[in-house]
Design a protein around this ligand. Sequence first.
Ligand SMILES: [Mg+2]
Length: 354
Amino acid sequence: MPVLAHLDLDAFFAAVEELEQPQLRDVPLVVGGDPQGRGVVATANYAARRFGIRSAMSAAEALRRCPEAVFVRPRHAVYRQYSQAVWAAVTEVVQRVERTGLDEGYLDLGGVVARFEDARPVAEAVRTAVRASTSLSCSLGVSTSKVVCKVASDRRKPGGITVVPPGHEARFLAPLRVRSLPGVGPRAEERLVAAGVATVGGLAALDDAQLQALLPGAVGRLLRDRACGIDPRDLETEAEAVSISTEETFARDVSDRAVLHAELRRMAGELSDRLTRAGLSARTVTAKLRYADFSIRSRSTTLTAPVDEAERIGELACRLLDRGLRDRPGALRLVGVGVAGLSDYRQLTLDDAV
Ligand SMILES: [Mg+2]
């Protein structure tokens, strides 16, 4: 039986800003948006949340709820550094992890303890390690499946650990609002609630015909399984990968340089997300070009310092494409971007500290 945990940093962007700018502590703080009411809230600290300010709310609404709120612009490079330090600390306690974002991910506690009963002290050790290395607070959910861990990590924020033992998964989920189940979006929620299914337990209890009518197809069955606490997904770790790439075949051959560049930048964003989630960075970036006659060219560059930022990977890929097209002009049927020479920046962080 798997012994898993989900870790979620508490109000991550805002917590980092409070550490970096102590005068912001205890004042309602909004990261994202501006004091003119433009843009969207990325994260609010707990002082701002007391006014009802939430992530994804418009800055205008946040301002209406709390006119004295302080707005700061997100600084992703700083958050990335903190995230690296957090995951370096986590992996000193639990080696097998799947990062799903800068501020959250799954941990395989089964690699540390054999019995579920022993999992709580490991989660406590992770929380302590995160606080000791970065002063950041995190919450954890511990259970036997990803979905239950994910829901559980949100139950005792900030700083709480929620353990849902084997056999209690469905009972734990049952009373929660149906929207708290990952995968149930606003539209599914609307349909379910309109049909009188307000809780996760209600979704779990639907028979096949009811389910088919409300949430047709495989998605409905998947969500009902999860509502029962059934979720066979294992952790996805990309740490073993030697390269990651993505490519796109066009419906028609493309020679417009702006279109090609836009496509490469989009793919660079995708690669950057995957690298960040896996805690990796890359030393080699490759652009792949396939011409109308199906011949393939690729151009690579190897860097002295590893990269993981979307902008940088995109910029390099565009330059490589330009170089390829200078060597051989022509319309392209396909473009691709790849990264290789992957290094684990948790490891790099440790090495750098020596
Ligand atoms: Mg979080």
